[in-house]
Structures are given as C-alpha cells and as structure tokens.
Design a protein. Sequence first.
Length: 193
Amino acid sequence: MRDYVKSKDFHRHMRSLLAPRFQELGWESQTAGKCSFARGGRVCWLQVSQYSNSLMGAKFTINMTEGSSSAGNTRVLFRLNEADRAVGRALEEDIIARLPRPDPDPEIEVVGDNGGTVLVKLGDLPRANSRQWEGPADVWLPYFSKGDLDDWAAFLLPRLERLIAPSSPETVDPQLWAQRFRRIMGFFRSKRG
C-alpha cells in the first residue's frame, strides 16, 4: 500500500527535489514551512488544494507573487506549451491510474459538463478535470505518494526556468481580478458618499 503524503511532508519533499534547480537559477529557499523560493521581489511557491485527503489524494499548483501584495499572485502553469500539456496529461493519467480506490466505491453527485448533476464513483473523482490540459487553464497536478511527487518534479525541472521567467507574460488568477475590481469599485463608492 502506498502512503499518502500529508501537506507538511509534501512541502518538505518537494523542496528537497526543486531547491537545487531554483538555486542554480539564483533563487533562495524560504525558511517558512512551505515549499517557496524568493528572488528579488518575486516569490514562487507551491500550493496544495484545500480539498486534499487520504482517500482521494491531493493536487497542487505553482504560484508566483511579485512585490509585497497578494494581488500580484499568478499561476505559472498557465505557461505550459502544447507539448508540455501532452506530456503532463499522460503523466496525470498514469498517476490517477495508480491512486488507491475505496472499497466499496460509492457514487457521489458532482456537476457535469452540461451543468446538471451526475453520479460519479468516488474513485473516479480525481479524473473530473481532464480539460485542464486542453489549453491555457488553471492546472492542478494530482498526487498521492512521494513517487507521484518525484514524477511531477521530473516533469517540472526541465521546464522550470521557462515557467518562472520574468519576461514571459503572466496570467493572473481570474478570482484575483474580481477582488481587485471590487476594491476599486468600493473605493469609488466611498468617494461619492
């Protein structure tokens, strides 16, 4: 049986895998308990999904923060090109196939492609977002064990320099744009009143 990697062990293991490459690129490892690296006013950090558990596994993504404000958070996996996405999809399928399945495997309701609810086996739930590899999207990488993290690190390491390069255009998380818009609108409302 494979052991599920909890969040703190995730950060420790991924830091051990990624730190040498980040250091080669001039980034310093942050000392806080997370897997994060800093260079100048930029911080690159790995985020584990809050919907992680030892039954279904977990997912993570990579964020970049520029300056001192969290409003500058961006997802760097938007920068994956078409060839990267093909490799990533194949790796994701392999990792999901290795996930342990619950026994018995109950059905749960989830929102389907047409917006209605559909029944899905709990063990099939990690497959629910296969569209993330079809184009620029918010990519989350699934894992269960340290072996899965090793595989993702092997995928990320040769692409890391391109993914974190400051000259590449960065796509800001749409929720962050909505937060900025609400703040701006609140500012104008307070000035009128």
